[in-house]
Design a protein around this ligand. Structure first.
Ligand code: PRX
Length: 661
């Protein structure tokens, strides 16, 4: 039975234990429902209360929600605050001040710690260093860093002076950095000489150099380099400086700059169904509120917890649940530099035991790959470690198949820990549909119910509600504080992508298909309904990969990319390519496919490499020249074509593409 089918018949229910319910911040379904009712009865009053209770404002807001320019919603707009002050200064003079903020474990297993007080000093000093480079409020700064304390310091320091950061995942290519530098008009880049992953030293600064050499990046005045390893790297005089150089002589005190609630805290680029990645712009006030509050609600954070989110700061999960949420909530968190399979595939379990992790948050892909590893090598099975410190587990980024859910529940959580399957997106800023550990009865493969205040629903193409039990499009009917504000520099694309006129222009369209259970109303996400793929929880646009392929102009005439289900990575990239030379077969086809894979890795990043590449003399097209992607999807899956092919210009091509080559 495929994963999707088995979800359809899923009827196991795991309610939280009485003890869990009793100890939780949101204790039982009645408490959850009371919050939902409060939001429904007095929507603005609900959010105002939460914003007053959870955020420190230097100037209190008087208006909660401004809908006058919808869908460009504004929240708490006349209020002022500083995000870094809300994560650090807020704890000064409280018991959190001397608490460990970050436990860091390096790739090679070295452990270091930093308290809240020390982190405040480091962030302040780096903020002063940024100012000394001439970086000021409103400027954009690219952060291209390895996982570690320094990356978080860089983000927090930007927030402290009111600069807007744009973090680029350390696995992205020079071309991706180049695009983002130009789109954001960045004035500086914070990077490292190298990053350490799986025992290997990998260049970061060299990739920044390559990006800046592509031209058009005159806005970038400084490149600040963290020397992660002793190995020297190229330094351009006048432009590049090491952290040591810029930090020297800087005070460890820096007054946080108050900004308006709507001031852009960050821009994070993500893939859409068309064109280039879009710069998702987030606010300061609403975003901070939700990253803090979801730490309390979804993870039921308690003072003694050791929280570990394995996401990289290059993704939204690493923004909300590494760089901001845990600090705003006063948590102690673990940050890990390396990869789950080095030096062995039991590394995560070993680290949970070693640091006594109590809340563990990771991606279904990681779980699936560790299941596979444990099945082939008993020595890396979680049973070899003591995982009794765990009390809550979480997943994020893609649907989790019930088999993987059950394995995680049994072998990692000891059938004791609730699993919060958190559905959300770069655009939502924080969790939107998720179980609450001390309230929601769990169903494997379902993200269950919306958080209080999130008016999620399922509708048809015209925006009309669809009854429970039938599939449709996931929307959120009312704005919420941590929502995307716009696409940086492209408000029209923002409106078109998320608030389409065909649906009335008022519903936030998530881009995912979903169905609600007829009885419980639980949501189950069925996957993207646009041309966005989800490979190992990473979002990729099919168009981006197609453009990367056809930009190899000496070889490629045409390319079409589709996704196909994959047991390990959820979805896999499958490319159909027409070359400028005759269609290759056998060894030659393999060689060219490899060359194209490496090309895509260089253009976008290794995560975008197509798993399958098939060559054809042509692509299946209608008489008007439109590529028939649904046929390509069937071929990619290895299905028999049962669809109508009479409108095809060249039906014979289907057999050719279906051949394995
Ligand atoms: O398709 C959904 C999937 O990931 C997409 C968002 O990707 P991104 O913006 O990169 O953010 C990932 C981390 C929040 C969604 O549109 N997705 C995310 N979480 C889940 C999910 N699909 C099913 N279940 C989830 N829990």
């Amino acid at each position: 039975m495929s994963a999707i089918e088995s979800v359809l018949v899923e009827n196991r229910v795991f309610p939280p234990s009485d003890a869990t319910v009793k100890a939780a911040r949101i204790s039982g379904m009645a408490a959850y429902e009371a919050l939902c009712r409060e939001a429904e009865k007095d929507f603005e009053g609900f959010w105002a209360r939460l914003a007053r209770d959870n955020v420190q404002w230097t100037k209190p807001f008087t208006q909660v929600l401004d809908e006058s320019k919808a869908p460009f919603y504004k929240w708490f707009q006349d209020g002022e605050l500083n995000a870094s002050a809300n994560c650090l200064d807020k704890h000064v003079g409280t018991p959190v001040e001397n608490k460990v903020a970050i436990v860091f474990e390096s790739d090679d297993g070295q452990v270091s710690q930093v308290t809240y007080k020390e982190l405040l000093a480091r962030v302040s000093q780096f903020a002063n260093a940024l100012k000394a480079q001439g970086i000021k409020k409103g400027d954009r700064v690219i952060v291209y860093m390895p996982m570690g304390v320094e990356g978080v310091v860089a983000m927090q320091a930007c927030a402290r002076i009111g600069a807007t950061h744009s973090v680029v995942f350390g696995g992205f290519s020079a071309k991706s950095i180049h695009e983002r530098v130009i789109d954001a008009g960045a004035v500086a880049i914070v990077t490292a000489n190298y990053q350490m992953r799986g025992g290997k030293e990998m260049g970061l600064k060299s990739i920044v150099d390559e990006a800046l050499a592509m031209g058009g990046c005159e806005s970038v005045k400084s490149v600040l380099v963290y020397m992660r390893t002793p190995t020297a790297c190229n330094m351009v005089a006048g432009r590049d400086k090491t952290f040591d150089e810029v930090l020297k002589g800087q005070s460890t005190e820096c007054k946080p700059e108050p900004v308006g609630a709507e001031h852009p805290l960050f821009i994070l680029y993500t893939s859409g169904s068309t064109g280039k990645p879009k710069g998702v712009q987030h606010s300061t006030g609403g975003y901070l509120l939700w990253s803090k509050l979801t730490m309390d609600w979804t993870f039921d954070l308690q003072p003694k917890d050791l929280f570990w989110c394995t996401a990289d700061i290059g993704w939204i999960t690493g923004h909300s649940y590494v760089a901001y949420g845990p600090l705003a909530a006063g948590a102690t968190q673990l940050i890990f530099e390396g990869i789950p399979t080095y030096p062995h595939a039991g590394r995560f379990w070993q680290m949970i035991e070693k640091h006594k992790v109590s809340i563990f948050y990771t991606a279904p892909t990681a779980i699936r790959s560790l299941i596979k590893a444990a099945e082939t090598d008993e020595k890396v099975h979680p049973k070899n470690w003591n995982l009794t410190s765990l009390r809550i587990l979480g997943t994020v980024g893609e649907p989790i198949n019930p088999e993987a859910w059950m394995w995680y529940f049994r072998n990692v959580g000891g059938e004791r820990c609730p699993i919060v399957d958190t559905f959300w997106q770069t655009e939502t800023g924080g969790h939107v549909i998720t179980p609450l550990p001390g309230a929601t009865p769990l169903v494997p493969g379902s993200c269950t119910l919306p958080l209080p205040g999130i008016m999620a629903a399922i509708v048809d193409e015209t925006g009309k509600d669809i009854p429970n039990g039938s599939g449709g499009m996931l929307v959120i009917k009312r704005p919420w504080p941590s929502m995307i504000r716009t696409i940086w520099g492209d408000p029209e694309r923002f409106k078109k992508s998320y608030f389409p006129e065909e649906m009335g222009g008022k519903l936030y369209l998530a881009g995912d298909g979903a169905v609600r259970d007829a009885k419980t109303g639980y949501f189950r996400i069925t996957g993207r309904i646009d041309d966005v793929l989800n490979v190992s929880g990473h979002r990729l646009g099919t168009m981006e990969i197609e453009s990367a392929l056809v930009s190899k102009t000496d070889m490629v005439a045409e390319a079409a990319v589709v996704g196909r289900p994959d047991d390990l990575t959820g979805e896999a990239v499958c490319a159909f390519v027409v070359l400028k030379r005759p269609r290759p077969t056998g060894e030659e086809a393999k060689k060219i496919a490899n060359e194209l894979r490496n090309w895509v890795a260089k253009e976008i990043g290794p995560i975008a490499k197509p798993k399958d590449i098939r060559f054809g003399d042509n692509l299946p097209k209608t008489r008007s020249g439109k590529i028939m992607r649904r046929l390509l999807r069937s071929i990619a899956k290895g299905e028999q074509i049962t669809q109508d092919t009479t409108t095809l210009e060249n039906p014979a091509i289907l057999d050719q593409l279906a051949e394995n080559n």
